[in-house]
Design a protein around this ligand. Structure first.
Ligand SMILES: C[S@@+](CC[C@H](N)C(=O)[O-])C[C@H]1O[C@@H](n2cnc3c(N)ncnc32)[C@H](O)[C@@H]1O
Length: 388
């Protein structure tokens, strides 16, 4: 179990289940009591049910808890910007065909261990075209951190998948915007690669999920896509918020209030599969849960819970942001970056169009969207937006 203590809260992570726990001071006392007595209370049983604790959980890290000032839980590392696909929706610029150097990757992993970061997500470009991806997986798997890959499924075959599993990959996320091939092709390339990859993953015991970007053009097939994920044993379907991209007109693709209303109805009606919402969808998350989400689990997490690293080792709060900075280390970046300081402050202010929203103090909505095209803060297409 990896533990991290900041802002008077304990954060725990179990690599096997991929589950994060957040404990208030009182709950931490209960956990400490259990670690010494071994007596299970209903609270402790619930932690086991959720996978926040597992039978192998190691409580020794609880003995030396000290305040930390780095809240990062994951690193999103683009190990290459090379990609064989040409997805119409893609927000990445023209690929330079840069591949991250293994030594650079290894030094990031070493620092991540020291900073008690929970997981590393490999992406791109297309991570699977990096010739050393196997070595990258192994170097994370040897540590306490979890390692996952987000991929289109391009070039994944049985042999490659078995190799990744043997090396210790914890989770694979396949990108598919719709189970209807025609609809998917409006925004993504590589439908067959994705479907084939899901069929391969289904046969293994490896945890996997599906990434679906919510767009105006795939809403009508969303229920069917979720059904497909469920039938194929996916652990989750992760609904990503559509962000501005160089090839499309944002307003034509991005779902409006009514569309998001439909999405929320679908989410509420689904059983039997975990539906995740990208942290940029904090408005939808609050709406679906009628505001009953704790402060730590909501809001844009860019620069706070995760950062993005390019194949050249340049840091950004998130991969959709253009704010790129070089730094000697992750710690130096977090402490010295002017953008990170800006991201730590709440996006809500009194001149915002969000003043009438009941979720305004929790929302901390996606900065890429709310700040686009000089919109001060907030969006009129938001599900929580009211004129007065
Ligand atoms: C850029 S891709 C890179 C990884 C890999 N090539 C893949 O296709 O999964 C990472 C994720 O970003 C999503 N994505 C691409 N363009 C997007 C956009 N404009 N807004 C939100 N997500 C987007 C993709 O669907 C994918 O799930």
């Amino acid at each position: 179990m990896i533990t991290k203590y900041y802002n008077k809260k304990l954060y725990t992570f179990e690599k096997v289940t991929g589950m994060t726990g957040i404990f208030s001071e009182k709950e931490l006392d209960t956990l400490l009591e259990y670690s010494e007595s071994g007596i299970k209370t209903p609270f402790i049983n619930r932690l086991y049910d959720l996978g926040i604790l597992i039978p192998e959980s190691d409580f020794t890290t609880l003995k030396n808890i000290s305040d930390q000032n780095i809240s990062l839980e994951s690193l999103h590392i683009d190990i290459t910007d090379s990609c064989p696909l040409s997805c119409p929706q893609c927000y990445k610029g023209k690929p330079e065909k840069t591949f991250m150097d293994f030594q650079n990757f290894k030094s990031i992993v070493d620092e991540a261990v020291k900073l008690n970061i929970f997981q590393i997500a490999l992406g791109g470009g297309e991570a699977l075209v990096h010739p050393e991806i196997g070595k990258f997986i192994s170097s994370v798997a040897e540590t306490q951190l979890a390692v996952s890959i987000t991929t289109s499924g391009f070039s994944l075959n049985e042999e490659k998948l078995q190799d990744f599993i043997l090396r210790g990959v914890n989770h694979i996320q396949i990108s598919l915007n719709s189970i209807d091939e025609k609809v998917n092709s409006l925004s993504r390339d590589g439908f067959r690669d994705a479907v084939k990859a899901i069929a391969l993953l289904k046969k293994t015991g490896l945890s996997f999920g599906i990434n679906t970007v919510i767009r105006k053009d795939n809403l009508n097939t969303l229920s069917k896509t979720i059904g497909f994920a469920k039938e194929n044993g996916a652990d989750n379907i992760n609904l990503l918020r559509y962000k501005p991209s160089g090839f499309e007109t944002f307003g034509k693709i991005s779902p409006d209030k009514n569309d998001l209303q439909k999405v929320s109805e679908i989410i509420r009606s689904i059983r039997g599969i975990k539906i995740k919402l990208d942290s940029a969808f904090s408005n939808l998350l609050l709406y679906v849960n009628s505001g009953n989400i704790s402060y730590e689990r909501v809001g844009c997490a860019a620069g706070i819970k995760f950062i993005s690293i390019t194949p050249e080792g340049v840091f950004k709060p998130c991969s959709h942001q253009s704010y790129a900075e070089r730094a000697d280390s992750i710690e130096a970046y977090i402490q010295e970056s002017k953008y990170i300081q800006k991201f730590k402050t709440s996006v809500f202010h009194n001149e915002s169009i969000c003043t009438t929203c009941i979720y305004r103090l929790l929302c901390k909505s996606c900065r890429v969207i709310t700040e686009k095209e000089n919109v001060t803060i907030g969006e009129t297409d938001c599900i929580g937006y009211r004129k007065e």
